[in-house]
Structures are given as structure tokens and as C-alpha cells.
Design a binder for this molecule. Sequence first.
Ligand code: C5J
Length: 221
Amino acid sequence: MSLNIPALPFDYPLDMARAALVIIDMQRDFIEPGGFGETLGNNVALLEAIVPASQAMLAAWRQAGGLVVHTREAHKPDLSDCPPAKLNRGSPALRIGDVGNMGRILIAGEPGNQIIDALAPVAGEIVIDKPGKGAFYATGLHEMLQQRGIQQLLFMGVTTEVCVQTTMREANDRGYDGLLLEDCTESYFPQFKAATLEMVRAQGGIVGWTAPSTAVLRALA
Ligand code: C5J
């Protein structure tokens, strides 16, 4: 039985038994003041602002018994999974693996690499450390979802135009129906978020759907 979610460009038929909520990179270094995101000159308050809506969505999803997938952008401590092109590009003040205010930047196990307390994973949820922007690259995520019969993915997290959009496109090419929750995703650049929402749902949902989280909450209530 599917739940009808009012969405754009048209309604999304949500089947909880075949759906997962994918929460992208809500890690301390991107969201919290004093972290890596802020040291790059970004206004992290923009990203922090989606936490209450994301918390409500996660709570309702758990209550409904849905599968949850959390991702972190994370590299091995020896950086063997970080291509030189990613490591060496540009001239940032801090590179991947350097020591920042919350430990080594984008390194698995470091304090800044942990998912924020408000959205912390619980037992039984999938947690993926991903070396790329997309969550399907070099992670085995597709196989994990296939084993569980998952065909629909609802997306939240940061940043909209980078890791969220990349993952949504990867999912689309693998045959998943993706729904991006508009108020549970954010960018350091609001115009990039707005453009991504438009891109996703353009041309009859060329990448997928978008909807406010309240549309899903109402359907689950
Ligand atoms: C994510 C990034 N998570 N912007 N990373 O979007 O580098």
C-alpha cells in the first residue's frame, strides 16, 4: 500500500516497505560553529537551521519503522582512499587530513567527522563512510539497499548541490525513485540550493521529486 505525498513535479507514491530515508553528511565539521565549514568562511547557521525539521522527520520515520541510512564524508586516516585530485586541489587554509578545531579534517573517527547529536544514528541503522561526494561510490550502498528490497529513497542533509545532489543522481541512474525534502537540506549558498531543487524536478522529474517534509509527516501521521 502506498501513501500519496503531494510533491513536485507530481505526487510521490511512498511505499514504506520499499523506502529508506538517506541523511547525507550531517557531520559536526559541516554544521557546527568552529568546525571545518566555518573555517572555510561559510555561514554554518544556514545549515544548522535545518536541524529541527530534520529531527522531526527522522523521529516520524523511525516511528513508522522505516529504514534509515546515514552518511559521512570520511577518509581513512592514511588517506589511501583520497585521490590526489581531491586532496591537492586549490589552496585552502586546511586540507583533508590536516588538524582543525575538531580533529583531522574529513577523517573517519575524528570528533568533527561524527554526525551531530541531534541526528545521531541508533542501533539497526546503516552508517556509510563515503570517500566521494556521492554515497554510492566505493561504499557498497547499492548492494545493501538491494538486499533489503529498497526502491525509493527520501533525501535530507548537506550540502544540497554537492553531496546530496550527487547521491540523488547516482541513485537515479541505479533505478531508485528519489524524493528530496526541501526544508531538510541546505547549502552554504542559498542560490545553489534553489537551483538544485529546480534541476531535480525539471523535465518531468528528470532526477526525481521534491516536497516539504511536512507533506511526508502528514502522510505518516
Ligand atoms: C558535502 C562538500 N557533504 N560540500 N561536502 O556536500 O564538500
